[in-house]
Design a protein around this ligand. Structure first.
Ligand SMILES: Cc1cc2nc3c(=O)[nH]c(=O)nc-3n(C[C@H](O)[C@H](O)[C@H](O)COP(=O)(O)OP(=O)(O)OC[C@H]3O[C@@H](n4cnc5c(N)ncnc54)[C@H](O)[C@@H]3O)c2cc1C
Length: 482
């Protein structure tokens, strides 16, 4: 069956081609468009994007994915690849025209091999991130990618978004954690480079283009990832301080002293803690007195818990001696550590429960963070008086989630009308500071026009040429990124 273009497809040959997709992988692996079970695949976490699809396909092997892609090419059927559907820029959601098929890799969830000598494992794209972490721990090793969505997001989605999270400071982002990749190309070929090699300069490294490509260049079906020695000690502090400038000075001090033992350094304002205390059950303010800003940080030791604890305490003492810190609490047990991390990990959820918010996932050079936070706050408040900025995130990576909550007295829909003008002014500030408008969540649907503004013409043209080389007929995740 070959059709010249989707516009020329009649209803009956469309139906025939959908049936051909079902025949390829069996009806038990397909959710059809009259089935309410499609719903979780068509809405994303923030409720900003909703789509429609004739079919959700859930293949069980790379060969099935390749067969689906070949049929999609023959019938000019667009495919939207999906993992755990935790993406925050709408990249995994099909559009509304009911033509794009959702290809969910959820059923490809096997860990294929484990290599203790190379300290690596090879897993299929649909494996949940937390399962990779747990598997590594069971073998007395450590997989450092970690984020609040780790119970739902998948390795394939982590690769496709080049995910970051809370341990980037010491271990890098998903790109840095990847050794090998298996993918299906737009012509339906399987390319397998699932090797644990740490050195391989044989030609262009196509894997690097697939990582972070958000489903637009190919379908990632498996990967070989690096594992690390399992930390023996982890100490956490929650620190109250006066300003982002002091937080930055504290980070510089801690980084110089502790190097890669400093594995996390997160910042949040008082408003964030207020939201957590209001909306999240079991959350407790660690301090009697409020402070304008807080830092949450981890010191990790490969040797033992005492060493982590002692090192963290002496760093905090030094911060105190340098008048950077107002107050600090340390975790004395794993339970207390989790209680402190809850104050950071549940921020997105607490903000969602507070009403509408306009979000920015940006990064700026570290030394400009205080300037960025001050100016962005002013810009937001000037545009929507009464709005409540909640900038938080991975300060040590220069990555701030500059999320702005609606004014208390404004309707959510009215506030969200300001999305574009607010985002434009925040992104203009980021560009002025030589930062990035998409630090870790990607471009997807949400930031497509912003990307064109942030990049110059030559860069955009190069990206379009890369897209055309990988996916000449545009069947992979159309209208995302470029
Ligand atoms: C509460 C919360 C906290 C989060 N915290 C962080 C954080 O700290 N750091 C961070 O980086 N992100 C964070 N995220 C965003 C999100 O979890 C990550 O982007 C994650 O990597 C997405 O994985 P997923 O499996 O859910 O992918 P999906 O949401 O299903 O897909 C994301 C994108 O990848 C593409 N894709 C998915 N699988 C494949 C595949 N196998 N082959 C090709 N393309 C594919 C999709 O088409 C889409 O464009 C958070 C999200 C939530 C809800």
């Amino acid at each position: 069956m070959r059709v010249s273009g989707s516009q020329n497809m009649t209803k009956s040959n469309k139906t025939a081609s959908y049936q051909a997709f079902i025949d390829l992988i069996g009806a038990q692996n397909v959710i059809q468009d009259d089935d309410p079970a499609q719903k979780p695949f068509l809405e994303e976490w923030r409720g900003l994007y909703h789509g429609r699809t004739p079919l959700v396909l859930l293949p069980q092997s790379t060969e099935q994915v390749a067969a689906i892609v070949r049929l999609a090419q023959e019938t000019s059927t667009p495919l939207v690849t999906q993992g755990g559907n935790t993406g925050l820029v709408g990249g995994q959601i099909p559009d509304e025209d009911n033509r794009q098929i959702v290809l969910s890799l959820k059923k490809m969830n096997r860990i294929r091999t484990f290599d203790p000598v190379s300290a690596s494992l090879t897993a299929e794209a649909g494996v949940i991130l937390q399962h990779v972490q747990d598997y590594a721990l069971k073998h007395n090793l450590f997989f450092p990618l970690s984020m609040a969505s780790e119970g739902s997001c998948t390795l394939g989605g982590n690769l496709a978004t080049n995910a970051g999270g809370i341990n980037v400071l010491a271990y890098g982002n998903m790109r840095d954690l990847t050794l090998g990749l298996e993918c299906v190309t737009a012509s339906g070929e399987i390319i397998s480079a699932l090797s644990p090699l740490r050195k391989d300069n044989a030609g262009y490294d196509w894997k690097q283009l697939l990582i972070g490509s958000e489903g637009t260049l190919g379908i990632i079906t498996a990967a070989t990832v690096k594992l690390f020695p399992r930390p023996k000690g982890q100490a956490t502090a929650f620190i109250a301080l006066d300003s982002p400038a002091k937080a930055l000075a504290l980070f510089t001090l801690m980084r110089r002293r502790a190097g890669f033992s400093l594995t996390s350094f997160e910042i949040m304002p008082r408003f964030g803690l207020d939201l957590i205390l209001t909306h999240i059950k079991g959350a407790r303010d660690p301090f009697k007195e409020p402070a304008p800003w807080y830092v949450l940080c981890d010191i990790t030791s490969l040797e033992d818990q005492d060493r982590a604890q002692t090192q963290l305490q002496s760093l905090i003492q030094e911060g105190w001696d340098n008048a950077l810190i107002n107050n600090a609490v340390f975790s004395q047990s794993e339970e207390q550590r989790q209680a402190l991390w809850l104050l950071r990990e549940r921020l997105s959820e607490a903000q969602k429960l507070e009403g509408g918010s306009i979000k920015h996932d940006i990064s700026v050079p570290l030394n400009t963070i205080p300037d960025f936070l001050h100016k962005a706050d002013q810009l937001a408040r000037a545009l929507v008086p009464g709005c409540r900025p909640l900038p938080f995130g991975h300060m040590g990576d220069g990555n701030i989630h500059f999320n702005v909550s609606q004014p208390v007295s404004m309707a959510k829909e009215d506030f969200l009308q300001f999305w574009e003008p607010m985002t434009e002014s925040i992104h203009a500030l980021v560009t002025e500071l030589q930062g990035s408008i998409a630090a870790e969540h990607g471009i997807g649907r949400m930031k497509r026009s912003a990307l064109a503004l942030a990049k110059n013409d030559a860069e955009m043209a190069l990206m379009r040429r890369i897209k055309a080389a990988f996916d000449p007929n545009g069947i992979f995740n159309p209208h995302k990124i470029v």
